[in-house]
Write a protein that binds this ligand. Structure first.
Ligand SMILES: [Ca+2]
Length: 525
C-alpha cells in the first residue's frame, strides 16, 4: 500500500473519530453546572512552575506552566516502564482558582489515547484533570508493531490499560502537591474508547476512580473491532457490494416498519432488539436507477445479524436496525457503467486487522474469505481478549471501594453495536449477584434513535456528570436520566426520560409525546 493511500485512510480515520469524539464530548459537557466546592476557599500551596521539582518514580515532568487563558497550571510529563524505553505522555490541568476538590480523568477515541484539549472542559468546571496519549501520538494503530514489524506488547498494553492508570496516579499526586490536599473524589468520563478506558479502570485498577461515566463504550474490543469487517467479507464472498442508497433504503424501511411498535410514531425504533424487519420486502423495488435484489437483501440481513462462523455459530452482534450501515460497508460507486461498486472497511477495524491480526501494514482486506475472517477473528479473541477486551464482569473490588458507574449507549450506534453493552451488563448482573444488587453501583441507560456521537432522530442524555457526582457523593442513584432533542438553534423541541435497563420509557397515552412527563417506565428490551 502506498503512502498516499495510507495517509488518506488515516485522514478518514481521524475525521470519523473527531466527529464521534466531538459529539460525545458535547454530550458530556453540555449544560453541566459546576459541582460545589469540597474545600471552600482552597488555594494552591506552591507556584505552578515548582511542580517540575516533584520526584516520582519513572516519571519526568517536562513542563509546568501557567495557562492563564484557561485558568490552569498545565503540566506535561512522560512516564516510562524500564527497560521498555516507552514514553507515555501525560497532561494534567490544575485550576489556578476555585478547585472543586475533585479529579477528573478523560479518555480518547479509536486508537487515540486522549488529547490535551480535553482538559479545558473539566478544568472549567473546577476539576483538576488528566489526559494521556497512552504512549503513542495520533489515531493510527500502527504503534502495535515495532520497527521490526513484531508486536510491541508494551505499546499495546500502554494503550489498552496502563496509560490511563499512570495518568490517574500522576494526576492525583500533582493535585496533592499543588493544593496540599488529595482530591476527595475522582471521576472518569469518557466516550467510545474513553468509555472503554473507564470500564477498564473499574476492572483493573478499581481504586483509581469513585465514579465513572462510560458512554458508548468500546468494550468487547477484541470481538467488535475485528467484527467490523464482517460486511466486507460478506460482500466479497457474495460478489455483491451493496450501494449506500440501498443500505439507506433498508434502514429507512426498517424504521418505518418498527417505529410504531413503541406506540409513538416519531422516526425512532425504541426497541430495535425486537424489530425483526426483513429486507426481502424490498426485493424488486427501485432504488434510484437500480433494483433491489435477493442478494442485496441477503447481505443486509447478514450485516444486521452480525458475524457468524462458517457453520453458522454466533460470533458477535451486528448494528441494530435503524443504525447507519454505511460506516462499516463504506460502499462507493453506483454499480453502473464505469462506476463499479466497491467496499471500504471501517478504518479503525481495518487498522486493527493490519497491525494486530495480520501484523502486516500491507495486508490487503480484499483477500478476505469467510475462513480467513473466522481464523483471525478467533485469534483476536484469544490473543488480545485479556489485554484490551475490557469485558471482565467481576467488579467486586470496584463496588467494595464504593465505586459507581453509569454506562450509556445509543441504540442506533453505527460504530459499536449497542447489543455488546447489553451483553456485558447482563454478564455483570450474573457475576455481581443479580439485577438489584448490580443496580446499587452500576446502571445501563440505552438511548433510542441516537448514533455513536449521540446524534440522530432520538433525544440525547443530559446531566450525566451531575448524575454520577450525586450518586457517589450523596448516594442518590440515577432512577431516571433526562434526554432532550434540540433544533438547529439550540431550542429544546423534545424531552424523554431514560430509565435503567431493562426498564424502558413507555408513553402513557395522554398529552404531548414531546414531553417527558407523559412517559412512564416499563419492563422492556
Ligand atoms: Ca417510535
Amino acid at each position: 500500500m502506498n503512502e498516499n493511500i495510507t495517509s488518506r485512510r488515516l485522514t478518514i480515520s481521524i475525521a470519523i473519530l473527531v466527529a464521534a469524539f466531538a459529539g460525545g464530548l458535547s454530550l458530556l459537557q453540555a449544560a453541566e453546572s459546576p459541582p460545589g466546592p469540597l474545600y471552600p476557599g482552597i488555594t494552591p500551596v506552591c507556584p505552578c512552575e515548582s511542580l517540575t521539582d516533584l520526584s516520582l518514580p519513572n516519571t519526568t515532568i517536562e513542563s509546568a506552566v501557567v495557562d492563564a487563558s484557561n485558568n490552569m497550571c498545565r503540566v506535561t510529563a512522560i512516564v516510562t516502564h524500564p527497560p521498555a524505553g516507552d514514553r507515555v505522555k501525560v497532561w494534567i490541568g490544575l485550576p489556578l482558582t476555585n478547585w472543586n476538590g475533585r479529579f477528573q480523568g478523560t479518555g480518547g477515541g479509536g486508537f487515540l489515547g486522549g488529547h490535551a484539549n480535553s482538559l479545558r472542559g473539566p478544568v472549567g468546571l473546577g476539576f483538576s484533570a488528566g489526559a494521556t496519549d497512552t504512549g503513542h501520538e495520533g489515531g493510527s494503530g500502527r504503534f502495535a508493531l515495532d520497527a521490526n514489524g513484531r508486536q510491541d506488547w508494551q505499546a499495546i498494553i500502554n494503550n489498552a490499560y496502563l496509560g490511563i492508570h499512570e495518568m490517574t496516579v500522576l494526576g492525583k499526586a500533582l493535585t496533592k502537591a499543588f493544593y496540599g490536599k488529595a482530591p476527595r473524589y475522582s471521576y472518569f468520563v469518557g466516550v467510545s474508547t474513553g468509555g472503554r478506558q473507564g470500564l477498564m479502570e473499574a476492572q483493573r485498577f478499581p481504586d483509581d476512580y469513585d465514579g465513572i461515566v462510560s458512554a458508548c463504550p468500546a468494550i468487547n474490543w477484541h470481538r467488535f473491532v475485528s467484527g467490523s469487517l464482517w460486511p466486507q467479507v460478506v460482500m466479497l464472498e457474495m460478489k455483491n457490494f451493496v450501494s449506500k442508497a440501498k443500505l439507506d433504503a433498508a434502514t429507512a424501511a426498517a424504521i418505518a416498519a418498527c417505529d410504531a411498535d413503541d406506540s409513538v410514531k416519531d422516526g425512532v425504533i425504541d426497541d430495535p432488539f425486537h424489530c425483526a424487519y426483513d429486507p426481502k420486502v424490498l426485493v424488486g423495488t427501485r432504488v434510484g436507477d437500480d433494483t433491489f435484489t435477493e442478494a442485496d437483501a441477503t447481505v443486509i440481513r447478514k450485516i444486521w445479524e452480525g458475524p457468524r462462523t462458517q457453520d453458522g455459530r454466533f460470533m458477535w452482534y451486528g448494528p441494530e436496525r435503524g443504525a447507519d450501515m454505511f460506516p462499516y460497508a463504506g460502499t462507493t460507486g453506483s454499480g453502473t457503467g464505469d462506476s463499479p461498486l466497491k467496499g471500504k472497511p471501517f478504518s479503525i477495524g481495518h487498522e486493527y486487522w493490519r497491525f494486530y491480526l495480520a501484523q502486516d501494514a500491507r495486508w490487503d482486506w480484499s483477500t478476505l474469505t469467510y475462513a480467513g475472517f473466522e481464523q483471525l477473528w478467533t485469534k483476536s479473541v484469544e490473543q488480545y481478549g485479556a489485554v484490551i477486551g475490557t469485558d471482565d464482569p467481576d467488579l467486586t473490588r470496584f463496588r467494595d471501594h464504593g465505586g459507581k458507574v453509569i454506562i450509556t449507549h445509543g441504540l442506533a450506534d453505527e460504530l459499536i453495536p449497542a447489543a455488546g453493552s447489553v451483553d456485558y451488563y447482563k454478564r455483570v448482573q450474573q457475576r455481581m449477584g443479580g439485577g438489584e444488587a448490580t443496580a446499587k453501583f452500576a446502571r445501563l441507560f440505552l438511548v433510542p434513535g441516537v448514533n455513536h456521537g449521540f446524534n440522530g432522530p432520538g433525544a440525547r442524555p443530559t446531566g450525566l456528570n451531575e448524575s454520577i457526582i450525586r450518586w457517589v457523593e450523596e448516594d442518590k442513584a440515577p432512577d431516571k436520566i433526562l434526554a432532550e432533542k434540540r433544533d438547529a438553534n439550540g431550542k429544546v423541541i423534545r424531552t424523554r426520560p431514560l430509565f435503567p435497563w431493562p426498564q424502558v420509557a413507555k408513553y402513557n397515552g395522554n398529552g404531548s409525546t414531546d414531553e417527558e412527563q407523559n412517559f412512564g417506565s416499563t419492563e422492556g428490551n
